[in-house]
Every structure is written in C-alpha cells, then in structure tokens.
Write a protein that binds this ligand. Structure first.
Ligand code: IMP
Ligand code: MG
Length: 187
C-alpha cells in the first residue's frame, strides 16, 4: 500500500480560510464497517437496494457496500446542491432520476450529510411515492443543531457540530471530495 501522508494532510488552506481535520480516515472506516454489519444483520434474507444521493454520498456508499455481507443492489439519483455556496438555498431539484424500479423493494437511502434536513425530507417523499416495501436512511454525518425539518435517520455515522465540512465525498465548490478524512472549516 502507498504511504498516504500526502493524501491525509492535517490542515488545508483555501484562500484565507483553513479546514482542519475533524474525522480521520481510520475513524470513518471503522464506523462505516459497523453500520455495514448492522445492515447485514437487519436485512438478512431481504435483498435491499442502497440508493445513493449524488454526488456527496459516492464514497460512503462504496465503503458501506464493501461491508455489507448479504445480497444487495445499488442505484443513484442526483439532487441540485448548494451550488458553490456554504449555506443552503432552501430549494431542492431533481437533476438525475433513479433507474431502478423500487416498488416493493427494501430501500436504504444513503446520504453524506444531513444539515437542515430539507434534502432528506424531499427524498423521503420522492422515494416513498414509489411504493417501496420499506425505507430507511443512512447518513454518514448529522448536524443535530442545524435540523429544521422533522426527519428520522436510521443509521448515523457521526453527529457533528455546525461547521462546514469537506472530504470523503463532501465538497466545497466541487473540490476536496478526494480527501480521505473529513475536515471542518475553522471559524
Ligand atoms: P440539507 O438539505 O440542509 O439537510 O443539506 C444536505 C445537503 O447539503 C447534503 O446532501 C450536502 O450535499 C450538502 N451539505 C450540507 N452540509 C454540508 C457541509 O458541511 N459540507 C458539504 N456539503 C454539505
Ligand atoms: Mg448531498
């Protein structure tokens, strides 16, 4: 294996701002492994479909799936994002539809982060309307103090403070998704 020091910096500088490491790679992977084991137990004999919300969830979904030991499928759909901003526009649009037929399927929605809860609320209504047999939500990160909508997240990786974060799939203006750890913007 390659030495990953260059891929795992402690601090990232973006103009006059600094992102500092919040969740190191090892800690993320250990937690993702636990969630994968939990899902494998709970869905034994059920053949669930994981539905990732692009783009942010791609890395989490990949690692999660590698830790699911039962038969499962996956698909993605895409919502409009924050654009290049650090705060939500308060609007959600569907940019890429789902291809899979999920009627009567056991669906696990896979999100990178739940902030206000608006996106996940929109997704639950959208997926719920497709008549799945069941629907649960797995989110790697949750900012409990930012929640504005009443949503239930079934599998949570980490609860984090209200900082803006990047890395492990999460972006700032489309960049930094490739970082292996998660970094928080320093106030
Ligand atoms: P919500 O709709 O306010 O819950 O925001 C959820 C979506 O906003 C997530 O799927 C992310 O794409 C994005 N988002 C929220 N907080 C952050 C962050 O700290 N960093 C990067 N993206 C974020
Ligand atoms: Mg997202």
């Amino acid at each position: 294996m390659r030495e990953h020091k260059d891929l795992n910096p402690e601090v990232i500088r973006v103009g006059n701002e600094f992102f500092r490491i919040m969740l190191p790679e090892e800690k993320i992977l250990k937690r993702v492994e636990e969630i994968g084991e939990e899902i494998s137990k709970e869905y034994k004999g059920k053949f669930p479909i994981l539905i990732g919300v692009l783009n942010g969830s791609f890395m989490f979904l990949a690692d999660l799936m590698k830790n699911i030991s039962i038969k499962c499928e996956m698909d993605f759909f895409k919502l409009s994002s924050y654009g290049d901003e650090k705060i939500s526009s308060g609007k959600v649009r569907l940019l890429k539809e789902l291809n899979a037929d999920i009627e009567d399927r056991h669906v696990i929605i896979v999100e990178d982060i739940v902030d206000s809860g608006l996106s996940i609320k929109y997704i639950e209504e959208l997926i719920g309307g497709m008549k799945p047999a069941s629907m649960k939500v797995a989110a790697l990160l949750l900012k409990p103090n930012s929640l504005k909508y009443d949503v239930k997240i079934d599998y949570i990786g980490f609860e984090i403070p209200d900082a803006f974060v990047v890395g492990y799939g999460l972006d700032y203006a489309q960049k930094y998704r490739n970082l292996r750890s998660i970094y928080a913007l320093e106030e």
